[in-house]
Ligand binder design. Structure first.
Ligand SMILES: [Zn+2]
Length: 308
């Protein structure tokens, strides 16, 4: 309990500092593909197996009104940093060198962009559309090593985000005030609950329902920002889990949801093609008409987009 209070206190300090740091008050014009905005929301440890039995009204409404697959796959090992890196970098550990749970720098020499990183979707957007605005919000510190900070307009670690409505509202206020072109929000749950109470347990599903409430707050913030009709929401995860852990090759650990909803996305559409976690960055790039780096191996899941 004491730890929780301390963490909450630290969280408030972080918010107070970063609130000053991130809200510049300047409005930048979004000149992406005709004012398109993307919100990428990741839930750590959210296996596809958990969708059917979970009460997640916000996410399930977006699923039924959007495009999705529950057989998207992560890369091995089914651990965190190596998979978030693959999601952001359009490639697998063979290419980007983030190979383990907590890899903070590539374990071998890799191609780098002008920011000194293997190309990320964030750098791609910033380099090709410099006036775009990018927010990067995360709970687990390991996410902080997976993007060059200099391409981000706002980068904040928000401890305890998965149990803190104020933290989520803080991100919502950023969206309302800044109307970011691309926003990343990564919750560290339900992974922690999976490691303690267990995957596929009542506690796991209760945490998913709580997270769905936070996602609803983000959705409302996008509406309040006046950009809802121009926004694409994407939901996915780094891995699922089985028993008290993950890292292995079972479907419970490997299969992750991939859900897209919003502007120009087909409604009620079950994605047919095989989706890998490293296809997410190219799919985001397609929504902004960005040119892909040669070192990416992922492809855009083009079938989700309505024909224009
Ligand atoms: Zn994880």
């Amino acid at each position: 309990m004491a730890g929780w209070v301390l963490n909450k206190y630290l969280f408030l300090i972080v918010c107070s500092i970063t609130l000053i740091g991130c809200n510049t008050g300047t409005m930048k014009k979004n000149s992406g593909k005709e004012n398109t905005y993307v919100i990428l929301i990741g839930l750590d440890g959210w296996g596809s197996y958990g969708i059917q039995n979970s009460e997640m009204p916000t996410v399930k409404r977006m699923m039924s009104n959007g495009s999705y697959t529950l057989t998207a796959k992560n890369i091995m090992p089914s651990s965190s940093a190596c998979n978030w890196a693959s999601m952001f970098m359009g490639a697998s550990p063979v290419e980007h060198g983030y190979t383990e749970w907590n890899t903070q720098t590539p374990i071998f020499e890799t191609p780098t962009d002008e920011h000194g990183f293997f190309p990320t979707i964030f750098a791609l957007l910033k380099d090709q559309i410099p006036e775009s605005k990018i927010g990067y919000f995360y709970e687990w510190g390991g996410i902080g090593y997976l993007c060059p900070p200099d391409v981000l307009d706002c980068m904040e670690q928000l401890p305890q985000l998965s149990a803190n409505k104020e933290g989520v509202e803080h991100i919502g206020n950023y969206i309302k005030n800044e109307k970011p072109t691309l926003t990343l929000i990564v919750f560290d749950e339900p992974d922690h609950t999976g490691h303690t109470a267990g995957h596929d347990t009542d506690a796991y599903y209760a945490k998913l329902t709580e997270l769905d409430g936070y996602i609803h707050i983000i959705e409302q913030a996008v509406k309040d920002a006046g950009i809802y009709n121009d926004t694409i929401f994407i939901f996915s995860a780094d891995h699922g889990g089985i028993g008290l852990g993950h890292g292995g090759d079972t479907p419970e650990e490997r299969q992750i949801p991939f859900i897209m909803y919003g502007k120009n996305i087909k409604k009620g559409y079950n994605i047919l093609s095989s989706v890998m976690i490293y296809d997410i960055a190219p799919t985001i790039a397609a929504s902004f008409n960005l040119i892909l780096p040669d070192v990416w191996i992922g492809h855009s899941v083009n079938e989700v987009y309505k024909k224009e």
